[in-house]
Design a protein around this ligand. Structure first.
Ligand code: SF4
Length: 323
């Protein structure tokens, strides 16, 4: 890993306005992402973890500029892309790709697999001839463990894991540096999840890719992330190098997520408290620490005062009044 970050995100916010009816005034605001900062270096994987509705996928889409940020900056190799227009963004789009959660709905069922993987090559005019592009697609099939003759098959002829391999091949087609992996294994059987994670790790080693790896449980990022950010209701509440986070979690929310990670040894008993209740409505977030309605350690101060994300150990940040 190089020290210079490829991607730097600073105080990123994405708020959605709620309106009364089609032409009505603004009735509320969803703080989907509310001041998120991180960076990712070359060949590094940052795991971004939290329950559904915490804003992690919105972070991924906003970083890619599929959504416009409300505030904050996104630097790619030192260039701020947060307010760039579509024309200026076009060459940068080649550097940043996405792998979607659902390999079933993200592939056009009417297109042959080779055309799906080669689509971006045509859009970006890569390769002089059709046969150049065909050769590149065959190479991509090989990189993701698919056979060349499968280029003529349709998505329904592939298994779930193979369809996700197609999604990965398509994301790789333009030689990107950064890939947003948006819950890429959540829709797959557990037995297939490890294969896809191993493939992503192998591709990272081969091509020096940087990943923002979004997942809703810590078990998935354990094998691929170098550092992990834990999100709750639009904010990062804990951030640390992976081994530090797994061995020395500081935030009660991270403790709860860790408690949900299966332990292979049945003789080991969980001592942490399990997470109670659902994620609160992001339109009407709890006051003070947003986690106080579910936190077993909450005290009066937590209900009124918002904790800031501060360093609790070198490189380890947590947002909790008790730390
Ligand atoms: Fe729990 Fe209070 Fe810490 Fe929030 S600030 S995580 S409510 S102890």
């Amino acid at each position: 890993m190089s020290d210079a970050p490829i991607l730097q995100v600073k105080d990123l916010k994405k708020h959605f306005l709620l309106r009364k009816g089609l032409f009505g005034g603004v009735s509320g605001r969803v703080h989907a992402v509310d001041g998120v900062s991180f960076d990712i270096g070359a060949a590094e994987t940052l795991g971004l973890v939290g329950e559904s509705g915490c804003g992690k996928s919105t972070v991924g889409r906003t970083v890619l500029r599929l959504l416009n940020p409300t505030a904050g900056t996104i630097h790619v190799h030192g260039t701020d892309i947060s307010t760039m227009g579509a024309r200026a963004l076009r060459p940068l789009r080649r550097q940043m790709q996405i792998i979607f959660q659902d390999p079933f709905s993200s592939l056009d069922p009417r297109m042959k697999a080779g055309d799906i993987v080669g689509e971006l090559l045509s859009v970006h005019n890569v390769g002089d001839t059709r046969s150049d592009r065909r050769a590149r697609v065959a190479e991509l099939f090989s990189h993701v463990g698919l056979r060349e003759d499968q280029m003529n098959s349709y998505p329904h002829e592939f298994s779930g894991g193979q369809r996700q391999r197609l999604g990965i091949a398509r994301a790789l087609s333009l030689n990107p540096e950064i890939i947003i992996c948006d819950e890429p294994v959540s829709a797959l059987d557990v037995s297939i999840q490890a294969q896809v994670i191993n493939l992503l790790a192998d591709l990272q080693a081969e091509f020096g890719l940087s990943y923002l790896f979004i997942a809703h449980d810590l078990a998935v990022v354990e094998h691929i992330a170098h550092r992990v950010a834990v999100m709750y209701l639009g904010r990062i509440v804990e951030f640390a190098e992976k081994h530090e986070l797994f061995s020395n979690a500081q935030h009660p929310y991270t403790e709860s997520l860790l408690d949900a990670v299966p332990v292979p040894d049945p003789t080991i008993k969980h001592t942490r408290r399990r997470l109670q209740g659902d994620v609160p409505n992001p339109i009407d977030r709890p006051s003070g620490c947003h986690f106080h309605t579910r936190c077993p350690y909450a005290e009066e101060r937590c209900r009124v005062e918002e904790p800031i994300l501060k360093e609790v150990a070198p490189g380890h940040l947590a947002a909790c009044h008790l730390k």
